[in-house]
Design a protein around this ligand. Structure first.
Ligand SMILES: NC(=O)c1ccc[n+]([C@@H]2O[C@H](COP(=O)([O-])OP(=O)(O)OC[C@H]3O[C@@H](n4cnc5c(N)ncnc54)[C@H](O)[C@@H]3O)[C@@H](O)[C@H]2O)c1
Length: 469
């Protein structure tokens, strides 16, 4: 009898463990064939950060963490932005710090304090009381923990893409931002590309009718870069992660067109990928070892349907020899826009009398508009935030100027006490494709519900807008 009781008890423990493994630890449940991620309740006393504006800051004092290939360019751009002061620089390696100091010296600015060589020196930088903004451009594994810590120390934080790699990291950034009332912005530069931002303005003026379907991508063969990243972190990350781990350049600009969490929201996602062929080869070539478990596919696709019945298609491919592309494509009821490989617009033909037979010569809605019409449209619909700074943006550069516009807008909004162009919920939505996509892929492309990261506030703001003084 005792043996029987012991066996029943063991069986009960095994069943409980099995059930809890399927739900609690991973934070999701499976209901009617769809995965649902648990949305943690907003802690008492905490408010959302929708349209949040902080007190104006006269001179934005910045500390930079991560000065590898990307970081020093940001320091250089800040030397061109009025109302800023570069206070501190941090990296494990001295080279990027020296390069950044040289940019400051060339601009006639004082040298910044240095935090070099120590893995945790960035914490000391964050603790300073003469810094308003921490600008993070380290590898992906450190972004979220640095962002959380910086906000805990009372600083606004700007984090390179992707700012968070997992759902836990996403919720940690959201909760910390809401609790500390500090901005947490992801440094997504492609939303400021001249074609994207002009097209956003055209969409907002109704030129494409109702935009129903959008596409975006990060297609960039990284073969010549893999060996350049510090400690080969990027190839190693690709070796262990499935799903779209670098979605933000593709999804950011199209989410702004669709007013995501400003009237619509991403609802359900499905993802699919190819087998991994070039990834393991790249691993062997650059790291000198076999990696039979290389996880990232050569090509990953994610499809999302929104609450209001729009669709989004995002692609990721950093391993095959393809021309660079972010796709950027909008399909509307009255028009179409496309950036890669051919930039152009296409519109519904003028009203044709109903008794007239279609003429083959009338190819308006079958082709892009002529180049001179496209140019005139782009001039007419130049976005107001670009008009005043286009020239200096092109001169200072950073991916043709969009990086400068991104930093300029961040500082402009902080100095004027305005909501930033991107909030912590944009960060969450654009980064969640990694873990949610992997979950879908690993379950035969099963649908996954995208959490409402605003926890009920996605209709509070009426459409996407840039704040202006
Ligand atoms: N928005 C864009 O267009 C764009 C372009 C390139 C890179 N990025 C992003 O920028 C980030 C950095 O990329 P990268 O190409 O410069 O990589 P990188 O490997 O060249 O630089 C990363 C740097 O972080 C430093 N670092 C790591 N841990 C640190 C710590 N504990 N303390 C201080 N420094 C630390 C390393 O020493 C290294 O210098 C990544 O998130 C990447 O995705 C964005």
């Amino acid at each position: 009898m005792k043996k029987l009781i012991a066996r029943v008890a063991l069986l009960a423990i095994a069943i409980c463990t099995l059930l809890s493994c399927n739900t609690a630890p991973k934070g999701y449940t499976l209901k009617n064939g769809t995965f649902h991620y648990n949305t943690p309740a907003r802690p008492a006393g905490q408010q959302d950060m929708l349209a949040f504006a902080a007190e104006p800051i006269d001179t934005v004092r910045v500390g930079f963490i991560g000065l590898g290939m990307r970081g020093p360019g940001a320091v250089k751009r800040f030397t061109y932005i009025p109302g800023t002061k570069v206070v501190a620089l941090c990296d494990l390696n001295p080279q990027g710090v020296a390069k950044s100091q040289a940019y400051l010296a060339a601009a006639g600015m004082p040298a910044a304090d240095e935090y070099v060589g120590d893995e945790n020196a960035w914490m000391e930088l964050c603790k300073r009381d003469d810094i308003d903004l921490i600008y993070i451009a380290t590898d992906w594994s450190t972004h979220a923990k640095m962002g959380v810590y910086a906000m805990e120390q009372g600083k606004h934080v700007a984090i390179e893409v992707p700012a968070a790699m997992t759902m836990d990291e996403i919720w940690a950034l959201i909760n910390t931002s809401e609790r500390t009332r500090k901005h947490c912005i992801q440094l997504e530069n492609c939303v400021y590309d001249f074609f994207e931002i002009t097209t956003l303005n055209m969409a907002q003026q109704g030129l494409f009718g109702e935009v129903l379907h959008v596409e975006g991508a990060y297609i960039h063969n990284l073969d010549e870069y893999w060996g350049e990243y510090w400690n080969s972190w990027r190839l190693k990350y690709n070796a262990h992660a499935r799903g779209d781990i670098y979605a933000t350049h593709g999804i950011g600009p199209v989410c702004q067109v669709l007013d995501i969490h400003r009237g619509d929201r991403m609802k359900t996602l499905v993802a699919m990928d190819t087998k991994a062929v070039n990834g393991p080869k790249a691993y062997k070539k650059h790291l000198g070892e076999e990696c039979p478990t290389f996880a990232q596919s050569d090509h990953t696709m994610t499809m999302i349907r929104t609450e209001k019945g729009k669709t989004i298609h995002i692609q990721h491919d950093v391993l095959t020899p393809r021309p660079y592309s972010r796709m950027y494509q909008l399909t509307g009821t009255a028009g179409f826009a496309n950036k890669y490989p051919v930039q152009g617009y296409c519109f519904q033909p003028e009203e044709i009398p109903s008794d007239a037979a279609p003429e083959l010569d009338n190819l308006n809605s079958h082709n892009f508009v002529p180049e001179d019409v496209k140019k005139a449209l782009m001039e007419k619909y130049k976005h107001p935030i670009v008009k005043d700074i286009e020239e200096v943006a092109k001169r200072v550069g950073g991916h043709g100027g969009m990086d400068y516009i991104m930093d300029y807008r961040l500082v402009y909004c902080l100095r004027n006490g305005l909501p930033l162009d991107m909030d912590v919920y944009d960060l969450a939505e654009w980064c969640c494709l990694a873990e949610l996509g992997a979950l879908s892929i690993e379950h035969n492309s099963a649908p996954v519900e995208v959490p409402d990261f605003t926890r009920g506030g996605w209709q509070k703001i009426d459409g996407y807008h840039h704040a202006m003084k």
